[in-house]
Design a protein around this ligand. Structure first.
Ligand code: GLU
Length: 448
């Protein structure tokens, strides 16, 4: 690691010892971008890296809410405004019981570099609350979202910080959040939040965007290897919007997703999840709030493996679409043993540090990280902001074509950056360096 990067890393270690995901991610990042730091003394002179690894601003707030039986609850809300060098802060809100300030910070860091790589004018942010939407009534969700926005609204805005959805926050929640924002500010400021419904300023494709984007990235990668997606099997985890989008786009491009997973286990559908009936079933399982994937197996008569992860199923392609750290070293070894050729991260940091290092150094498998392949969601969010500014909306085909083109550009930029620093075909190092250099240039240009 570059000496200056090493000093930044030790200072962070002292400050954030309890925030494992954030620390490990930033330290691995420092290692990866070291060749670029070596090449430019200005970064150290202006102490630029210190200003890139911590959030510019972070707010935390209490979110009191009442359930349907009249009981009082207090959740904890966060918004991490990580970096605004190339545009207003931008990133998702997650409602999940495990969310805390450390996770929000990790997600804000990831989002910053993911957004920069897209080439669109957006900074990076993240946030959410430790609230569990599963099993809550519609009215409880609405009250929670309203209370959350009462605390958050003063920190966001179309030119300040633009939240969107993430795990536990979908179109319904965005609707309640935006409605409350409008009531509080008295402004129909549609660019202040993305992931909106189509009836009030949302963009076509937004719901499927993360899954579509990852499959477009994959398609570019496969094509560059003189290979084709035709007939390929894809192991996917999760069963939310990201997984569903991946199923749909894979089917359209001739491949097939053969697994889905939930906290209860995974299902294996050898024929592929390719029909409208199957897509509909996934949406129903999601809407039921039970957070279980087993009903799919019962409905279509396919095997269900309780409490297991899908990584044991052999396939040419693995595409995690759920949550952080769901692939450990043992899973990574299994993926390699199965002869997998392409590993494409749609979710944020799905593999532990040890697991991704292992996959990255094995020539048999081509790896793409979430800061590149997982950008589909935020790209369509930025396209939603563009449409809101234009007071216009593009067709499904137009948004989809722009998404595809941006994913291909991201692939090319990652490959090029790896080549520039003699790192061979290390797309993960390449995407980190390319994104880093974009933000570094913008920060230097704007002064301290
Ligand atoms: N968390 C989401 C993502 O990165 C949404 C970000 C956004 O649309 O602002 O995919």
């Amino acid at each position: 690691m570059n000496n200056y990067a090493q000093r930044v890393s030790s200072r962070l270690q002292e400050r954030y010892e309890n925030e494992k995901d954030y620390l490990q991610t930033v330290q691995a990042w420092l290692e990866m971008i070291s060749p670029a730091i070596d090449g430019n003394p200005e970064y150290e002179k202006q102490d630029l890296i210190t200003r890139m690894v911590e959030p510019e601003r972070m707010v935390s707030f209490l979110v009191p809410w009442q359930d349907d039986s009249g009981c009082y609850h207090t959740s904890h809300g966060y918004r991490v405004q990580f970096n605004s060098a190339i545009g207003p802060y931008k990133g998702g809100l997650r409602f999940h019981p495990a969310l805390n300030g450390g996770t929000a910070k990790f997600l804000g860091f990831e989002q910053t570099y993911k957004n920069a790589l897209s080439g669109l004018p957006i900074g990076g942010a993240s946030g959410g609350a430790d609230f569990d939407p599963n099993g809550k009534s519609n009215r409880e969700i609405m009250r929670f979202c309203q209370s959350f926005m009462t605390a958050l609204y003063r920190y966001i805005g179309a030119d300040i910080d633009v939240p969107a959805g993430d795990i536990g926050v979908g179109t319904r929640e965005i609707g309640y959040l935006y409605g409350e924002y409008k009531r509080l500010t008295g402004r129909a400021e549609s660019g202040a939040i993305t992931g909106k419904g189509l009836t009030y300023g949302g963009s076509k494709v937004r719901q499927d965007a993360a899954g579509f984007g990852a499959v477009y990235f994959l398609a570019r990668m496969v094509e560059q290897h003189g290979d084709t997606l035709q007939g390929k099997r894809i192991v996917v985890s999760g069963f939310g919007n990201m997984a569903l989008g991946a199923c749909r786009k894979a089917a359209e491009l001739g491949a097939k997703v053969i697994t889905l997973s939930g906290p209860d286990g995974y299902v294996y559908d050898a024929e592929g999840i390719m029909t409208d009936e199957k897509f509909e079933c996934i949406m129903q399982m999601r809407a039921s709030g039970a957070d279980q994937v087993q009903p799919y197996a019962e409905r279509f008569g396919v095997p269900f493996f309780a409490d297991k992860k899908p990584w044991e199923v052999p396939a040419e392609i693995v595409m995690p679409c759920a949550i952080e750290n769901e692939i450990d070293q043992e899973d990574a070894l299994r993926i390699l043993k199965n002869g997998t050729k392409y590993y494409v991260e749609a979710a944020n940091m799905p593999a532990t540090n040890e697991a991704i290092q292992l996959l990255r150094v094995t020539p048999q498998i081509c790896c793409a990280g979430s800061k590149a392949a997982g950008s589909g969601g935020v790209i369509v969010s930025a396209l939603e902001m563009a449409q809101n500014s234009l007071r216009y909306s593009w067709s499904q085909a137009e948004v989809d074509a722009r998404l595809r083109c941006t994913m291909h550009t991201i692939y090319d930029a990652s490959k090029l950056a790896a080549e520039k620093y003699d790192l061979g075909y290390d797309l993960i190092a390449g995407n980190n360096i390319a994104a880093f250099e974009r933000i570094a240039k913008a920060m230097l240009a704007q002064g301290m």
